[in-house]
Each structure stands twice: as C-alpha cells, then as structure tokens.
Write a protein that binds this ligand. Structure first.
Ligand code: ARG
Length: 260
C-alpha cells in the first residue's frame, strides 16, 4: 500500500503559490489590479475550495482564503493574471498533467509519491493531520483507530495514511472534508482524519465534536506545478521567497490563523 512515513512526508517541499483567488465552481478569471491583459500572461491555478481557511467559497462565490491570497500575491509579483478553478482534490494532479491548469495551491502536502508526478515549490505552511471524534468517544489516541470506521476526504494524505495504517475496508472516502464531518455528526463514521486548520473550522460549525490532542502526522504544504515545468517553478519560488522575506506570507497566514 502506499503508506508514507512521517519522515518521507517531511521531506519537503515546495510550493508555489498562486495568485489571487476568485473562482467559482468553475473557472473564474480574476482581473488583477491592472486593467487590460496582464503582460506576464495568465496563471491558471487549481484548488479544491472546501478547505477553510486555506480555500473556501466566500459570500460572492469566489475562492477566498490563504492559498488564494498567496497566489494573488505571487501572480502580482510575476505580472500575471490569476485564474482559479475549483475542482475535486483528486483531480488536481491530473489537471496539472493534462495542462488544464499551471499550478496547484490547495493545502497540498508534499509527499514522495506526489513528487514523482509533480514538482513542488518551496513550502509555505505546515499542516498536521488530526483526529475528530464525537465528545465522549472511546477513541482517544491514534492507537484506538484500529477497527474503527474512519472518514476522510478522498485522495488526501489523511486517506492515504489511514488506508495504509488501518486498511481500505475501514476507511470511508468523502468528496470533501465537510461531508466527512457531516457523516461523523450523523454517526456514519467513528472519526474523521483531516488537516488541523479545516478541522477547527468544521468542529466550530458542528456541535458535539472534538479534536484529539494527540496529533497523527505533521506535514508541509507547497504549491505544485507539472513535472519539468522548471521555468514556472523557479519564478514562483523566487516570488515566494520575496513574499516570505517582506512578511507578506506571514501577514496572509496571520489573517486567517491566530496563535500558530
Ligand atoms: N493536506 C492534505 C493533502 O495534501 C489535504 C489537502 C486538502 N486540500 C483541499 N483543498 N481540499 O492531501
């Protein structure tokens, strides 16, 4: 199976960022600050906008959140127009490979296996896989997951690790994290394994759920481009480095995540 060790996962990353976000369920071109065609061309970003606070649909049905803002800042630096397309998480890498999009910013974890298909930028954030359970659940640590029904978002690292550690038959895949959490609230699964920041948002929106203190796995988030697209990779890494240096990335993350 594809069990990844924590060491592999922390292998790092890359990531790039994207541009700003807009985007509806389909592709939304976001006009940049400039009017008229962007000299640097269009940066087509793919994401899965059901992963707050990294990406979510705002009240205007535009993709908002940390990744959208970082991508916007990168596009701005590169003089490009950002266009964001919302799609299923497990369609993102195929979309890069088929040249439907140029870059992914989706709270995507750097893994060795994904790095065989895509090139990751430098990492811009850290995530932790955590376990959500109903209050009073007999599950109190990852060791208690054996034999339990675990809800995950399909194709995510939570899915990959749990399938490897506990067996496919014990893992129920959902289209997004919110659906997995709804199934937990309804008693259809015993727990949900998902990234910590979306976990906090989902728990806040659903009464009677808690996040276990024991973390499952720590990982690095990065942007991804198609394998071999070094031109874009280098540009994005350079833009990202400048945005880290001048505090832009910290400011964007700090806007959405307090007390990192
Ligand atoms: N960090 C996890 C992974 O890379 C989950 C990411 C899910 N992201 C999303 N936008 N739905 O597999």
């Amino acid at each position: 199976m594809k069990k990844l060790s924590a060491a592999m996962l922390s292998m790092v990353l890359a990531g790039s960022m994207l541009l700003t976000g807009c985007g509806g369920n389909n592709t939304n071109a976001q006009a940049g600050a400039d009017t008229g065609a962007a000299e640097g061309g269009t940066l087509r970003m793919g994401t899965n906008a059901a992963f707050p606070p990294y990406e979510f649909m705002d009240e205007n049905n535009q993709v908002a959140g940390i990744d959208a803002e970082i991508a916007a800042a990168i596009a701005d630096k590169l003089g490009m127009e950002l266009q964001i397309t919302d799609m299923a998480f497990d369609s993102l890498i195929p979309a890069l490979q088929s040249d439907t999009i140029d870059i992914v910013l989706a709270g995507m974890t750097v893994t060795e296996e994904r790095a065989e298909s895509v090139d990751f930028t430098d990492s811009y954030s850290t995530g932790v896989q955590v376990i959500i359970v109903p209050e009073g659940s007999p599950i109190t640590t990852p060791d208690d997951l054996a034999g339990k029904t675990i809800g995950v978002q399909s194709g995510t690292t939570g899915d990959i690790y749990c399938t490897g550690d506990y067996g496919q038959e014990n893992v129920k895949q959902f289209e997004n994290g919110a659906m997995a959490v709804a199934a937990l609230a309804n008693g259809q699964v015993d727990c949900v394994v998902i990234d910590n920041e979306p976990a906090k948002a989902f728990v806040a929106a659903n009464e009677g759920l808690v996040i276990l203190d024991t973390e499952y796995i720590t990982e690095d988030y990065a942007a991804a481009v198609n394998k071999g697209n070094t031109e874009l990779l280098d540009k994005v890494n350079a833009a990202m480095a400048a945005l880290k240096e001048d505090g832009t990335i910290d400011a964007i993350v700090g806007k959405y995540i307090t007390a990192a």
